[in-house]
Design a binder for this molecule. Sequence first.
Ligand SMILES: [Zn+2]
Length: 277
Amino acid sequence: MKKFSVILFAGLCLMGCNSATTVKQQPAANGEVLAFHVDGLNVTWIQDNAGERLMPVRLFPEADSALIDSLGVRNGVPSSVSTFLLQIDGKNLLFDTGLGGTNGNLERRLDSLGVPASKIDYLFITHFHGDHIGGMLKGDTVVFENAQVYAAQPEYDAWVTNAQPGQNAQQINTMKAYEANLHLFNFGDTLPMGVVAIDAKGHTPGHTAFQRGRLLVVGDLMHGAALQMVNPEICASFDADKPAAVESRRRLLQYAADNNLVLVGMHLPPLKAEDFK
Ligand SMILES: [Zn+2]
């Protein structure tokens, strides 16, 4: 079993937290948002879903029964729908937008933080699944009216350029609504405010991780962290290209461990203040 010294937020620290981290706890507004620092970078975790979210173990068909029982996740793997806000030099950067509609709480929680959607300057999208772009539109109306939006070219091509007739209406409508402020990047590009786009393909064709300093936002690299941190070869049934997803998961977990990065993701368990002690 590989040993990772990486700190895994939210809520899990399976492989041993690195006590040398400079992350400092900040007061949490409530159990649905939590602000923290990574080397002076202001980060806020914002949970989009309401209440507890457990991923059913049937979504991980390669996970054997003994492993599931040994980890105590028979009733579901702790999860969430999460987004992350970074504040750099007076600019607000948001990573993904959650579910939107009646199940999404991002907009309301941004309001509670004093950073309404209209104040988001940059929006970085890990991939085009509905639980990541759902918050971009309210009906046909753009929610992040002043944001410059960044998405991977291969993701755009897969969902929009190469869409089959009648398919991908949500993705096409959303990207069209943001067309004037949409910027397509390639893996390896450095984006505004020093955010670097990292190849994390497999879950989707253009699935992207974003790095800013020691913060690594990995999107849907893991849907069941309790299982996949110890067994990166286990895929969720959502992973479109499983060998590529495994390669990305192994590579990015190792990269985070090697570089002492703070790894956060959109379906990791809810962040708790205790994680910072
Ligand atoms: Zn997702």
